[in-house]
Design a protein around this ligand. Structure first.
Ligand code: ADP
Ligand code: MG
Length: 647
């Protein structure tokens, strides 16, 4: 029959920089199934080192290790993890329970990595704890339990996946003699149930309770004796308990998320500070882009409200620099008539303006008079609120009629009198009010567009403005796609009529493009600022994860001892980083939206779009992944024996 464990000439050398110390010198040893072995020796004799090798937590420097007749020296870290999961149960002097988890959760850990279902895990952990008289302590944290109780929890954990071989390193070392006695009795009972027990101790009294005593001195076996008359009739029968099958590809993700929440809750203040970085980053992305988009949309709306298929013709003032001074005659109403004859022109609206004094009753008010034509309302996309607008016959008859803007109405008719039909004096000339415009609001330059009196171009030109030139001609084209051609045609027409180039045509479509371009640049800039804060948040996450890995090195060691693969540890820490950044991202999105809504209440134009919100959240998630990866990888590459011995 094959020995369960067979060591052949095992040696172990620790290397610290240039210093190499050989701790085990050629250990050879066979252990049969069902044995109860004590390894005894003084402190520093190499007992723990030997146990780490026996339990596949560490590799020997030289020699052969056969488990069930199989060479394990060539196993990779994950295969060794599988071996630990299926074969070994560890009991440590300092219990090594996860401090943030309850007794039951601690016992369940090995089964998580074996892929047992949550239900099976719960039931088995409860049954094991009950059989160890801890049935009423399932929800207690390690710090709420006595030393003896904690050691029983760790024994339950060792049994969770079957625990064919129980390796106990000074299991009674930290206990009073009574609790220590209980633990030894438990081990004895387990041995009778078929478990192979290897106890490591420096106490002869404890060692005497085993069936076989191996004595270690300075890394060599100096005696190995089996007590006569002690045999284990159950050993050959093997284990009655059935082990969980280690089949899960990865540890349950929901379990990892639960563990992440627990770890984060344990350091609440620190977690909040970490969150804050992400919250500020994501929040500023969301808020800044909402503000940027809002500002852009508001400008574009104003341009659109003026109509997008428009050409605005003005005198080219640059040509008059240092010139004639006074009023310059360039554009005249006849130009508008000529333009109107061109193909692809829907209408051409000339405007003359002048500052005037309007009087009603005994109220004087200074405003701008605007002489124009009936198509004015279409060109400006500005409708009449009440009454009528100037019509063609008003033009022909030089009618002294006026249409008022809201600001003028509010000033002159403050008492609420209906202005329609009333007469006002414009520069002392009586005009009858035929209509009132709807409210237009501020223009692009922030000027009040409602502060105006509209009169027929003909009447205004003759009686108010005393001049022939128009300030601008607004042209609406029929086919917007041909606007550039029409612009050239009109420019050529005007140059011909004026015999020189003294007019400037602005294409509203091109302005719109320019505005879009500038504000896109602005958005990019805002986005970059926000992205930088997200980066800073990400570095915060990485920092905290690195600290967390350092703090929990021992926990990582325990998880590895109970069979966690490297990728299980990697996954757990990445998920922890992801949980932080996802929570931070969610709060950040809420904060960003909240800031935006607040800004909107304060009057700023804000526009929320799903894109940046989703992007910011995705970025925070990505941040967690990228910045969580390095710490998680560090954690997963720890050597189990090194992690377990960390302080
Ligand atoms: P025991 O458990 O019997 O007290 P150990 O196996 O822990 O003994 O240690 C045996 C010897 O190996 C001691 O001298 C100790 O200082 C040394 N040792 C243990 N672990 C390391 C390590 N990681 N690096 C260097 N030396 C170590
Ligand atoms: Mg030791």
């Amino acid at each position: 029959m094959n020995a369960l464990i067979s060591l052949r000439d095992i040696s172990k050398t620790y290397r610290n920089g240039d210093l190499a110390v050989e701790v085990l010198h050629g250990i050879s040893l066979d252990i049969e199934p069902g044995e109860f072995v004590a390894i005894i020796g003084q402190s520093g004799s190499g007992k723990s080192t030997l146990m780490n090798i026996l339990g596949c937590l560490d590799r020997p420097t030289a020699g052969e290790y056969l488990l069930d007749g199989e060479h394990v020296s060539g196993f990779d870290p994950d295969e060794l993890a599988g071996l630990r999961r299926r074969t070994f149960g560890f009991v440590f002097q300092s219990y090594n329970l996860i401090p943030t988890a309850s007794a039951q959760e601690n016992v369940e850990v090995p089964a998580v990595y074996a892929g047992a279902s949550a239900r099976d895990r719960h039931d088995r952990a409860e049954a094991l704890l009950s059989s160890l008289k801890l049935g009423d302590r399932l929800d207690h944290r390690p710090n709420q339990l006595s030393g003896g109780q904690q050691q029983r929890v760790s024994i339950a954990r060792a049994l969770m996946n079957g625990g064919r071989v129980i390796l106990a390193d000074e299991p009674t070392g930290a206990l009073d003699s009574e609790s220590g006695g209980e633990v030894m009795a438990l081990l004895r009972g387990m041995n009778e149930g078929g478990h192979t027990i290897i106890v490591i101790t420096h106490s002869r009294e404890v060692a005497e309770q085993a069936d076989r005593l191996i004595e270690l001195h300075d890394g060599r076996i100096i005696s190995d004796r089996t007590k006569k008359g002690r045999s284990n009739p159950h050993a050959a029968m093997g284990l009655k308990q059935k082990a969980f099958e280690g089949v899960a590809a990865i540890a349950d993700i929901s379990e990892a998320i639960k563990m992440a929440f627990r770890a984060l809750r344990a350091n609440l203040f620190r977690t909040i500070l970490t969150l804050l970085g992400i919250v500020i980053g994501v929040g500023s992305v969301v808020a800044m882009l909402a503000i940027g988009t809002g500002a852009q949309n508001s400008v574009l709306d104003r341009i659109s409200s003026m109509g997008s298929d428009l050409l605005v013709i003005r005198p080219n003032m640059a040509n008059f620099r240092g010139g004639t001074g006074g009023s310059v005659v360039t554009l005249i109403p006849a130009d508008a008539d000529a333009i109107r004859e061109q193909p692809n022109v829907a209408f051409a609206v000339p405007e003359m303006t002048s500052t005037v004094t309007v009087r009603y009753g005994n109220v004087d008010y200074q405003t701008t008079a605007n002489g124009t034509v009936p198509e004015y309302t279409q060109a400006k996309s500005w409708s009449v609120g009440k009454g009528e607008f100037i019509n063609q016959s008003d033009m022909i008859n030089y009618a002294p009629v006026a249409v008022l803007g809201q600001t003028v109405v509010k000033t002159l008719f403050a008492d609420g009198t209906d202005p329609i039909g009333k007469y006002v004096f414009v520069n002392k000339i009586p005009f009858q009010i035929i209509g009132v415009m709807s409210e237009m609001g501020a223009g692009m330059g922030g000027n009040d567009q409602d502060d105006t009196v509209l009169v027929p171009l003909t009447t205004g030109s003759m009686r108010l403005f005393g001049q022939r030139n128009v300030r601008s001609i607004t042209v609406q084209v029929k086919d917007g796609t041909a606007i550039d051609v029409t612009q050239e045609t009109i420019q050529a027409l005007l140059d011909r009529r004026h015999k020189k180039q003294d007019t400037l045509i602005t294409n509203m479509a091109s302005i719109r493009e320019a505005v879009t371009e500038t504000s896109n640049t602005l958005k990019l800039f805002l986005g970059a600022v926000a992205a930088i804060s997200l980066l800073v948040g990400g570095i915060g996450v990485m920092n905290i994860m690195l600290v967390s890995v350092t703090e929990r090195t021992r926990e990582i060691g325990v998880r590895m001892a109970t069979g966690a693969r490297q990728r299980d540890i990697l996954l757990q820490f990445i998920i922890e980083a992801l949980v932080v950044s996802a929570i931070g991202g969610a709060i950040g999105v809420a904060a960003g939206l909240g800031t935006g809504i607040l800004a909107r209440l304060l009057g700023a134009p804000i526009s929320f779009t799903i894109g940046p919100v989703a992007l910011a959240f995705a970025c925070s998630f990505l941040t967690g992944l990228v910045f969580g990866y390095l710490p998680a990888r560090n954690a997963s590459r720890l050597q189990p024996a090194v992690a377990l011995s960390s302080e």
